[in-house]
Design a protein around this ligand. Sequence first.
Ligand code: CP
Length: 291
Amino acid sequence: MQTKNIISIDDLDNKSIENIFNNAREQIIKPLPRGHVVLSAFFEPSTRTRLSFELAASRLGCSTLTFDPMSSSLKKGESFAHTLLTLDSLGPDIIITRTNFELDNILLEQIKKIIINGGDATHEHPTQALLDCYTLLDIFKSDNLAGKNILIIGDIAHSRVAHSNIKLLKRLKAHLSWLGPKIFQDQAIEEGNSYYSFNNLDKHFDAIIVLRIQKERFMHVMSDEEYWQQWGLSMERFKAFGPQCYLLHPGPLNIGIEIADELFSHERSLIRSQVKNGVIIRAALMRFLLS
Ligand code: CP
């Protein structure tokens, strides 16, 4: 049984994910038989997630509403909980949220409409995992990632993208490794699959996923320069992974900290494909939830 809200990637079973990926593969975003309303309520900044949801919704023939926290009654002291319940009472079919705290089950139980989590604090970002895994399946022309070595580089401890991605990559049978400073280690990746330096990598990788340091979520003690020297992905370091290796980054990129500018447009970079696939995956997910 499919749950109403998509807060975690765990809220989608394998059959539902297969359905969403198959729908996305058709690449044609046809309007739904009747109009729906999709409301985006982003309490944290976003470029990719909010706009791709809104574009996907309009291609599905939905009306879109954008809640702007800066000009809302939050400024008059209304609580987040009352704001979300008020948005729910307006009666949209789907509400997309982005919050700087983890979404709360007690609040979610009071909401009648469908909530899709567009990223909550360090918890999860389920649609980013869907689009990242779809991008990998598409490039490898496969319906699973068995036998593929994927390396995640950077701050997995505070990354909602990593927390959803690790779960889905494992479900798709990818072999996962992580590289970064110990302060960013996360138990989701076993100690034996962790690397603390670019010098001790002992296997080839089919793809690497580079993450931004989530400076807004903790007191960062390392300087940008120090991070770049030890952990930053330069062109030279990327070339050392070999000609077979693809590059992903969920964005936004912090150039000269975790990644070199020239890698954005590298021939093996899938960064722009990730953004493009974000629209079709989010359309496929909303079609699935509204059908
Ligand atoms: N990847 C991602 O969530 O990007 P935005 O913050 O721009 O939405």
